[in-house]
Design a protein around this ligand. Structure first.
Ligand SMILES: Cc1cc2nc3c(=O)[nH]c(=O)nc-3n(C[C@H](O)[C@H](O)[C@H](O)COP(=O)(O)OP(=O)(O)OC[C@H]3O[C@@H](n4cnc5c(N)ncnc54)[C@H](O)[C@@H]3O)c2cc1C
Length: 261
């Protein structure tokens, strides 16, 4: 039977862009270009490698996000994923991590799965909690923060590298895993992959399709509230020291004044 892998991929604001908060203190997603979270590219890569090693496997990429989030799905499809699911609904505006995990879990159940692969954290929210929340909601084991992952005989195995030790972990499928940025470089989409992605299926679901009430998500259903947000002051120009024989001394004095030495 085919190994069904679902990869959760997030469409995030480009960190190199000028990001702002909207009036309701949510991130202003209309004002900035977005892209597939770089940390989720590692999850796509690991899913593709597991699928290549399996006799029969299918990789589905799943996102919860606005209309433009389709760009993240297209990128994952052009890397080699087989199909995509986009959950989009106006009532999702303001959804926090707990609400996002509800939507993702319902979509994963509806799609059918043996293995869910997530990134270690998103590059915008960076909470790193969604994989654990997902496992809890799905009622399956979680093996998080893996630097190495493989699937064999209905079991997912992996290595988690800590400061003091590396652990070898395993769980029976179905399961949720998350992979780190040490799990292996993500492939670049080839021209053939980009062309093929245009023909791959992208399914769209809204909250009604997932039998989720609007009050369970959005700002109304959020367990967390942003009370205030202050933009960081613009960076000031640094001090440029022209070395006229005293450069080393001036550098040491500067480092000492900042308590670096
Ligand atoms: C339209 C919209 C508006 C939102 N507004 C707010 C808001 O105002 N306040 C707020 O707190 N949150 C909001 N969210 C949710 C927020 O963007 C995060 O998705 C959520 O809080 C998860 O937190 P995180 O990004 O830190 O996840 P992490 O736990 O850091 O993510 C870990 C992994 O989970 C998966 N993942 C996380 N989010 C998604 C996703 N959306 N789709 C697919 N996979 C995902 C990825 O694999 C990721 O690598 C909104 C989401 C949407 C779609």
């Amino acid at each position: 039977m085919s190994l069904r892998i679902v990869v959760t991929v997030k469409y995030v604001p480009d960190a190199t862009g000028d990001r702002h908060f909207a009036d309701d203190l949510t991130v202003d997603r209309d004002d900035v270009d977005g892209l597939l979270s770089e940390l989720d590219e590692y999850a796509v890569e690991q899913a593709l490698q597991i699928a290549e090693d399996a006799d029969d496997a299918e990789v589905t990429v799943l996102t919860v996000g606005p209309e433009d989030a389709k760009d993240a799905l297209r990128k994952a499809l052009s890397m080699g994923a087989d199909k995509a699911i986009h959950v989009e609904d106006d009532d999702l505006h303001g959804t926090d991590a707990i609400g996002t995990s509800l939507v993702l879990a319902k979509a994963i159940e509806k799609a059918g799965y043996d293995l869910v692969i997530s990134g270690m954290a998103s590059t915008d929210g960076t909470m790193g909690v969604v994989p654990a929340l997902l496992a809890e909601r799905l009622g399956v084991p979680q093996v998080t923060l893996l630097s190495e992952v493989s699937v064999e005989d209905g079991t997912v195995k992996g290595r988690r590298d800590g400061d003091a030790a590396s652990e070898q972990l395993q769980a029976s499928l179905p399961a949720v895993v998350s992979v780190t940025d040490q799990s292996g470089e993500a492939r670049y989409p080839s021209f053939k992959g980009i062309m093929a992605a245009k023909k791959k299926p992208v399914q769209s679901w809204d909250l009604e399709d997932l039998e989720i009430e609007a009050e369970e998500v959005g700002l109304e259903g959020a367990y967390t509230t942003v009370d205030a947000a202050t933009e960081r002051p613009a960076r000031t120009a640094g001090t440029i020291v022209k070395d006229e024989g005293e450069g080393g001394k001036q550098l040491a004095e500067f480092l000492a004044s900042q308590k670096f030495i």
